[in-house]
Design a protein around this ligand. Structure first.
Ligand code: MOS
Length: 753
């Protein structure tokens, strides 16, 4: 068990509630001093190192591996290939639900994509394993790789995202276009992107008979546990996963990946603990990515700038052996209130690893195209792009017809525009220069993300010494879950946060659901809230039924839990300490349980989304085309803010992803070989500090009474939506050139068109 005792944040003034306070990270000191142990920091006694050999071709079969040469290396202990891979209880190509992805666990010599694992070399040292893997010198039977959006015949996918229909129609788009006096029809392309958290997938696995103990980063402990249990044919309870800290996830750690499972297979094969860490280039294949898209948007409006038609079509790619289809067109379901809307998808299959959820899957890709197209429509109408959005944003969710549970978008537009200084923006492009002669452009984008919840559980304990415990197998990907969830727990138990022991990050704790879909704080938070309410109700029952308690008979009036005491709601002078109630009842502790899940009835009645408005400034060198985002202001309304410091950080992180999407990030796949050519962080460009503009995230007050009892909507992904489009629109405003292929690079800006 790693030491996950957390340090305490420095004191902050609190005003009766932990929720809403900008507490610093409880794990912050551990992290900045290097005391926080990540998976790859574990070194159990007797541990061996495993290194993956991965395919350098994208399609074909492995004809020969020089296993003898690898084994001849003095440090090498074992080499696992499809020829000797231990049997598994389940076929890794079996798929029993849409949340289960097919894995490459050396089940055959087929190669389905570049960087697919083809062997595991286990050695006494990392160096020996690395050298042993190089000795394998694979020979392949190569088949031509099918690469890119035109790789093959396209088809309509059975579903996009997770179970969303591929095509949705509302009204008659063709009639709307025919009636429109202003029309646009343009095609936008977004590239393949790979998640690339700072911490690559890593695992330290140790077996004891049929019991498996692992350290590995996970955004979904229980799902990982179930997947491992199925593959190894052991009960889930035999698997103990520790994942106290993640160095980022972005979606690629939502499901346990093939390489992580290969680490566990290796450990079992050699009967010793094994560590396996992906090298950076090995992140570009077996652990998911964001699929490229080609999106065509046709818009029509009347002479007053009212949207009459919106047609959003997406073409994307999935792998040859599994189904994940980037739901980009779905971004047009909620934002703009066009009288007629049609969204559709088509897909091809290519020789690439299966795409996966990545940082606002669908919303990020779809909104960059939609926000560009909306800007072009505003331009066609001769309108200010903000005024056009204010005129056309949806008052009720256009596709479903449901009212929004709450929507503070107008206020986001207002606060963001005011802070940014939007009113000074000239309508025409190429009109602003800075003191150095650089072209300056301003753009706006609308942000949106659904307020999702999965299902989660928590257990609460109040102890006779006055302290409390909250247990939940939640995941801190760096976003601050340890801190924000502990704040909710302290309030749920009516305790000072220093009186609370918050246990999280391991699979033996109650299942908190997946930390994805920006749903973790709402899901885990509501489980915690309800577990707290349950234990307080049990405690109150003890007191209000006991003649010796000052709370006797308060059952109907009810009690309040605060500062370790129960107080009569109608007369707070009558109160009793938790410790005294438990003591008199002769109990050492009392426990309660709670679940967090979406309210199906409320979801049927309301469309639930977070909203925001992002304003961006870019500067462009008029001669060289060099671009830089210099200033981004986002205003976001995302329900109740548990910890404004963490939320600012989440939103700013999301806005940096947005800048990255617009200007930096792309995987370049060699059309001849199907290999990613920039599988490293030198050539796969992400913003470094020097690329990050002045960033401001404004938290717009919003009380949503319908999403959940705490009013939490989630902020993990909304920052990327809106921002990418705002930056792209700012590039147009600076230069008068509309680049419709992302990222917007210098060559695309200056190429003749
Ligand atoms: Mo996120 S792509 O749901 O981890």
């Amino acid at each position: 068990m790693p030491d996950i005792a957390l340090t305490r944040a420095p004191a902050h003034v609190r005003h009766g509630s932990n929720i809403g306070q900008p507490l610093t990270r409880r794990d912050g000191v551990l992290k900045v001093t290097g005391a926080a142990k990540y998976a790859a920091d574990q070194h159990p006694a007797g541990m061996l190192h495993a290194v993956l050999a991965v395919s350098s071709i994208a399609r074909g079969r492995v004809a020969f591996l020089d296993v003898a040469a690898a084994k001849a290396h003095p440090g090498v202990v074992e080499v696992i290939t499809p020829a000797n891979r231990p049997t598994l209880a389940q076929d890794p190509d079996e798929k029993s639900d849409p949340f289960m992805f097919r894995l490459d666990l050396l089940q055959s010599d087929r190669v389905r994509y570049a960087n697919q694992p083809i062997a595991v070399v286990i050695a006494e040292t990392l160096e020996a394993a690395t050298e042993g893997a190089a000795q394998l010198a694979p020979r392949y039977e190569v088949e031509p790789a099918r690469v890119g959006l035109d790789a093959a015949e396209s088809f309509v996918p059975p579903a996009v995202g997770v179970g969303n229909p591929a095509q949705v129609t509302r009204g008659d788009v063709e009639a709307g276009l025919a009636a429109s006096t202003r029309k646009t029809a343009e095609t936008y392309e977004t590239p393949a992107q790979f998640h690339n958290p700072m911490e690559p997938h890593a695992i330290v696995a140790a077996w004891d008979g049929d019991t498996l103990s692992i350290d590995t980063p996970s955004q979904g402990l229980a799902v990982a546990q179930a997947r491992l249990a199925g593959l190894f044919g052991i009960p889930p309870d035999n698997i103990h996963i520790r994942s106290p800290f993640l160095g980022g996830g972005f979606g690629c750690k939502g499901f346990i990946s093939g390489p992580q499972i290969l680490g566990a297979i290796a450990a079992r094969a050699v009967g010793r603990p094994v560590k396996l860490v992906l090298r950076r280039e090995q992140m570009f294949g077996p652990v998911g990515h964001r699929a490229p898209t080609r999106q065509t948007l046709r818009l029509g409006a009347d002479q007053d700038g009212n949207l009459l038609a919106l047609d959003h079509h997406t073409k994307t790619i999935s792998s040859t052996f599994d189904d994940f289809f980037e739901p980009a067109s779905d971004a047009s379901h909620t934002l703009y209130g066009s009288a007629a809307i049609v969204t559709s998808h088509e897909a091809v299959r290519g020789d690439i690893g299966t795409p996966l959820f990545m940082r606002a899957p669908g919303e990020a890709t779809g909104s960059v195209a939609l926000e560009s197209a909306i800007d072009e429509m505003a331009q066609a109408c001769g309108m200010d792009p903000l005024a056009f959005r204010l005129k056309n944003y949806a008052e009720v969710e256009p596709i479903s017809g449901r009212p929004f549970s709450s929507k503070a978008l107008r206020e986001c537009y207002r606060q963001g525009a005011e802070r940014f200084g939007w009113a000074r923006r000239p309508l025409a492009p190429r009109r602003m220069r800075d003191a150095d002669g650089l072209l300056v452009g301003w753009g706006v984008g609308t942000a949106t993300f659904p307020a999702l919840m999965f299902a989660g559980n928590a257990k609460a304990v109040l102890r006779r010494d006055g302290s409390g415990v909250m247990e939940i197998g939640a995941h801190d990907m760096g976003q601050g879950a340890w801190t924000a969830l502990a704040q909710i727990a302290a309030d749920a138990l009516g305790l000072d946060i220093d009186q609370l022991e918050f246990r999280s990050g391991t699979s033996d704790l109650p299942d908190a659901g997946i930390a994805g879909g920006s749903a973790h704080t709402a899901t885990a938070g509501m489980a915690i809230h309800n577990a707290g309410a349950d234990v307080i109700a049990r405690l109150a029952n003890l007191a209000t039924n006991d003649q010796r308690s000052p709370l006797f008979g308060a059952g109907n009036a009810g009690v309040i839990a605060r500062d370790g005491r129960l107080l009569r709601r109608d007369d707070e002078s009558r109160s009793e300490r938790y410790a005294d109630i438990l003591g008199r009842a002769g109990l050492a502790q009392i426990e309660g349980h709670g679940t967090g899940a979406a309210d199906a009835a409320a979801q049927a009645d309301y469309a639930m989304h977070a909203h925001g408005a992002v304003f961006a400034e870019v500067k462009v060198d008029p001669d060289l085309g060099q671009m830089r985002a210099t200033r981004v202001v986002g205003a976001f309304a995302a329900g109740r803010i548990i910890n404004p410091r963490m939320v600012q950080s989440q939103l700013q992180g999301g806005m940096i992803w947005g800048v990255s999407f617009a200007l930096h990030e792309q995987a370049v796949i060699d059309p001849r070989s199907g290999r990613p050519m920039n599988a490293n962080l030198a050539e796969y460009h992400i913003p470094v500090n020097a690329d990050v503009p002045s960033l401001e995230a404004i938290l717009v007050e919003e009380r949503d009474p319908h999403v959940n009892a705490l009013g939490i909507k989630g902020v993990g992904e909304i920052g990327i939506t809106g921002t990418a489009g705002a930056v792209a629109n700012a590039v147009w405003h600076a230069t008068g050139i509309r680049v419709r292929k992302f990222p917007i690079t210098i060559d695309r800006l200056i190429e003749p068109r």
